[in-house]
Design a protein around this ligand. Structure first.
Ligand SMILES: Nc1ncnc2c1ncn2[C@@H]1O[C@H](COP(=O)(O)OP(=O)(O)OP(=O)(O)O)[C@@H](O)[C@H]1O
Ligand SMILES: [Mg+2]
Length: 385
């Protein structure tokens, strides 16, 4: 029987082989032995599905392997981030404290003369209450001081940082700065965000904290990395992939990590004899199946949030085989040219198009063009809007 499919075509699920990303991993490793390392505050940014969450997870694993504690948060709305981190960090502080206590040791924390006499309570319960009320800065300071004594550290990660309001990010930044950086406590931060956060940073709506973070752009894998991500899991399970099949799969994946996992997964399921080797024909079939799914899963959610005018902008680009002149798009678009640059910016930060020189734009990758073609036909957008 064939072993369980090792590929992970799901958001946030770690791949069997995390390909590439060496620079980020290496630069992050410096935080473990240098409290002044600039990587103590790191920001990963990139388009949907490029692998930010699984990289965050890998960094958390590395921190744990070094004996560090981890608070892992994800922004779910404009507000509430600080509360989420505070409550996770104080739960950690609480468990650190109760671990230090011998289980049977009890402290007299209050004497009641009403009826029952002396009241015993675990000391940690009182401390717990105290920790629950403490603000994030106090919690991080207390944890930080304890960690210095222990010779370890704390990593705070925040996924989907772009979802938070700038004020909230700014507040977290200043708390982190005070509790960690300024006092050289071993508390590190890694955030992950979509490029729209970068736009906010450059648009003056910025938080200096984020501007000072060490920033890594997480982009698609190189062909050699995509090949590793596909081949190694197959070989580790005792299978093979023919060279031409691998080439077809790698090229079609464009290095897009999610697509790499999807192609790998289809190939695994559909190859007739993995031990003999997946063939070129099987790779072609896996690529076709994966491409259809990919559009639905990755571009679908973005497309559904676009306005009619956003969509018309994209449809107007279809007339050009390669890149488009924005002025031409404007003519086909049939809407006031004055708002053209606003829509161009919106589509840039949604990751649907990329800027290719002054006054020009292109689909951010060929699967987006394909997806727009299909949707435009299904939703009845004519070629001239
Ligand atoms: N370095 C990598 N090598 C191989 N596969 C990867 C790599 N990074 C990510 N993947 C795979 O790509 C997919 C997307 O990864 P992940 O969920 O981390 O993306 P993301 O950038 O967080 O996306 P989103 O912005 O939508 O949250 C997952 O299936 C994951 O297993
Ligand atoms: Mg993610």
């Amino acid at each position: 029987m064939r072993p369980v499919n090792p590929f992970s075509p799901s958001f946030g699920i770690s791949p069997p082989v995390l390909a590439g990303r060496r620079e980020v991993l290496r630069s992050f490793d410096s935080v473990f032995d240098n409290v002044r390392s600039p990587s103590h505050a790191t920001l990963l940014w990139g388009l949907r599905g490029t692998g930010k969450t699984v990289l965050l997870n890998a960094l958390e694993d590395r921190a744990r392997a070094e004996g560090w504690l981890v608070v892992s948060a994800a922004a779910v709305g404009r507000e509430g981030l600080i509360d989420q981190i505070r409550s996770k960090a104080s739960a950690l502080l609480d468990s650190v404290r109760s671990m230090q206590e011998a289980p049977s040791r009890r402290a007299v924390t209050g004497v009641s003369v009403m009826g029952t006499g002396i009241q015993f309570e675990r000391a940690s319960a009182a401390e717990r209450a105290e920790a629950e009320e403490a603000d994030l800065e106090t919690v991080l300071e207390t944890l930080g001081e304890w960690l210095i004594e222990q010779g370890t550290g704390l990593l705070v990660t925040i996924d989907e940082l772009h979802v938070s309001a700038t004020d909230e990010i700014r507040e977290f930044g200043s708390v982190f700065q005070l509790a960690s950086r300024r006092a050289e406590r071993p508390v590190a931060f890694v955030g992950a965000a979509l490029p729209e956060l970068e736009d906010r940073l450059t648009a003056g709506d910025a938080s200096t904290f984020l501007q000072r973070c060490r920033r890594h752009e997480i982009s698609n894998l190189r062909p050699s990395e995509a090949a590793i991500a596909l081949r190694e899991p197959i070989e580790e399970a005792g299978g093979r992939i023919d060279d031409d099949a691998l080439e077809i799969a790698v090229e079609a994946s464009m290095g897009q990590p999610y697509l790499v996992q999807m192609i790998g997964s289809y190939l695994w399921d559909d190859a007739e004899d993995l031990a003999r080797g997946a063939t070129a024909d099987e790779a072609r079939r896996a690529v076709a199946d994966a491409a259809a799914q990919f559009g639905r899963h990755v571009h679908g959610p973005v497309w559904n949030r676009l306005s009619d005018l956003d969509k018309r902008f994209l449809v107007a680009m279809l007339a050009d085989a390669g890149t488009s002149a924005i002025a031409d798009v404007g003519r086909r678009w049939g809407h006031s040219p004055r708002s053209l640059s606003t829509y161009r910016k919106r589509l840039l930060s949604a990751g649907m198009i990329s800027s290719v020189g002054r006054g020009r734009a292109a689909f951010a990758d060929p699967t987006i063009r394909q997806y727009v073609e299909t949707r435009a036909a299904a939703e009845g957008f004519g070629p001239d809007g």
